[in-house]
Write a protein that binds this ligand. Structure first.
Ligand code: NIG
Ligand code: FE
Length: 426
């Protein structure tokens, strides 16, 4: 069996010679085929091209395939969201109101709110309940076009509660069609009971949490919130060193609240990505230049917290790659809408539509170690794509920032939402 999508108005982000990431000026280029077909077999992309070259073999075998006529519609590779905290309990709209009244994110955290508020909620929530709450968000982001997602722990902050979060992430990975990568973020904040002895908590992360997380294979990556008021660069170095010893590659929170040295620390330890970067200048850009580490910007949280926007334009103009992710979490970005993230990339970060598309597909796939299999339309890659409603152009996606324009979601070769019934035999 196969799935043929025909008469596609525009097939976006095609690659004949797949690359792992796209840097600098190249980010403004996008593989595009107008009036295209896409052939999916099992869970993989098998072929694509122009309808002018539609192979006779497909024409003859159409009766054996599911066929979708995508006239007037555009096909994109699914979004890759390389930075989320979408496993959490409850919500924090009270802090939203506090922020409107004038409190800053740091002030809320100092009063024991913020991350610690979510920690308290998570600890009293059962594993099953946490899974159910998180699956609602997973189903939501799938319907919004996400096909691969990284999810962090970090609202447990005790060995038991961190393991609970990571087991929920593993269950999502096992039960959902979305591709999942897990990150251990025990160093998200110092928990209340260790406030007077932060070294003891860091020892707990290093000597107890990391070994058990690694032995149960519950995480692919390790993260530290390396920023003012959270973890220092020295503490970050210790934690990353321990993680690396257990095979956990760093992906870290850096330079959100201050010029924290987080970017340089991440680079020193070969981080796959350094994320946030609202406080970045020429030094950080120079340090990132020519490195394998992906600068990942989270414009949803910059918007929500009223932070300065990260210097995306300067980064790209200096030759760096840029990835965009949602940071879906209850405190700084209660949204996993990657189409909105694209719009914010254009509107707030002055990125071109082509640049934001590269940033939410191939570059964000790279930032979660998935760019060999995800993030573009290439033969042999996993068949994660979505078909839009009838829209005038691919630029219309980030432009129409409030509209849901996604009609059909296909993950691992299977149609998983409620699209118009595919027509047998075209
Ligand atoms: O990426 N910056 C640190 N962590 C999250 C926020 C977590 C929270 O407020 O619950 C972030 O913005
Ligand atoms: Fe985050």
């Amino acid at each position: 069996m196969g799935l043929l999508i025909k008469n596609i108005k525009c097939l976006v982000q095609t690659e004949d010679h797949p690359v792992h990431k796209i840097c600098g000026r190249e980010m403004a280029k996008l593989g595009l085929i107008k009036d295209a077909f896409l052939f999916i077999q099992d869970d993989k992309i098998r072929d694509f091209g122009s309808m002018d070259e539609y192979p006779a073999a497909y024409q003859i075998s159409e009766n054996n395939f599911d066929v979708i006529d995508a006239s007037g519609k555009i096909v994109f590779p699914s979004f890759c969201d390389s930075h989320t905290h979408l496993v959490y309990a409850g919500s924090r709209e009270q802090e939203f109101t506090d922020k409107i009244r004038g409190l800053s994110y740091a002030e809320i955290a100092e009063r024991g709110g913020g991350i610690l508020n979510s920690v308290a909620k998570l600890r009293e929530t059962s594993e099953d309940d946490l899974y159910e709450q998180s699956m609602v968000r997973i189903k939501e982001i799938i319907s919004l076009g996400t096909g691969a997602v990284e999810i962090k722990s970090g609202y447990g902050l005790s060995t038991e509660a961190e393991l609970k979060m990571l087991r929920v992430i593993r269950k999502i990975r096992d039960t959902s069609p979305v591709e999942v990568r897990a990150t251990f973020l025990g160093a998200h904040a110092i928990p209340e009971d260790f406030r007077k002895d932060r070294r003891k908590y860091i020892d707990l992360i290093i000597n107890e949490m990391i070994p058990v997380v690694a032995s149960e294979k519950l995480a692919d990556f390790i993260d530290v919130f390396c920023d003012k008021g959270f973890f220092t660069t020295d503490e970050t170095e210790k934690i990353l060193t321990a993680g690396l010893r257990y095979g956990l590659k760093p992906k870290i929170h850096a330079n959100e609240l201050d010029f924290s040295g987080g970017v340089q620390t991440g680079l020193k330890y070969g981080a796959l990505s350094v994320d946030h970067l609202e406080r970045s200048g020429d030094e950080e850009i120079a340090a990132l230049s020519g490195k394998d580490t992906m600068p990942t910007l989270l414009p949803g949280s910059a918007l929500f917290l009223g932070l300065p926007d990260p210097p995306a334009r300067k980064m790209i103009d200096s030759g760096l790659p840029v990835a965009l992710a949602s940071d879906y979490n209850p405190g700084s970005s209660p949204s996993g809408n990657m189409k909105l993230v694209m719009s914010l990339g254009c509107i707030r970060l002055r990125m071109l539509p082509e640049e934001v598309i590269n940033a939410v597909t191939i570059n964000s796939a790279y930032a979660m170690g998935l760019s060999e299999t995800h993030g573009s339309i290439a033969r042999g890659k996993v068949a994660n794509v979505f078909i839009t409603k009838e829209i005038p152009s691919y630029e219309f996606m980030p432009y129409a920032f409030g509209s849901n324009l996604i009609e059909t979601v296909i993950l691992k070769g299977k149609i998983i939402n409620d699209p118009p019934t595919p027509l047998k035999g075209g």
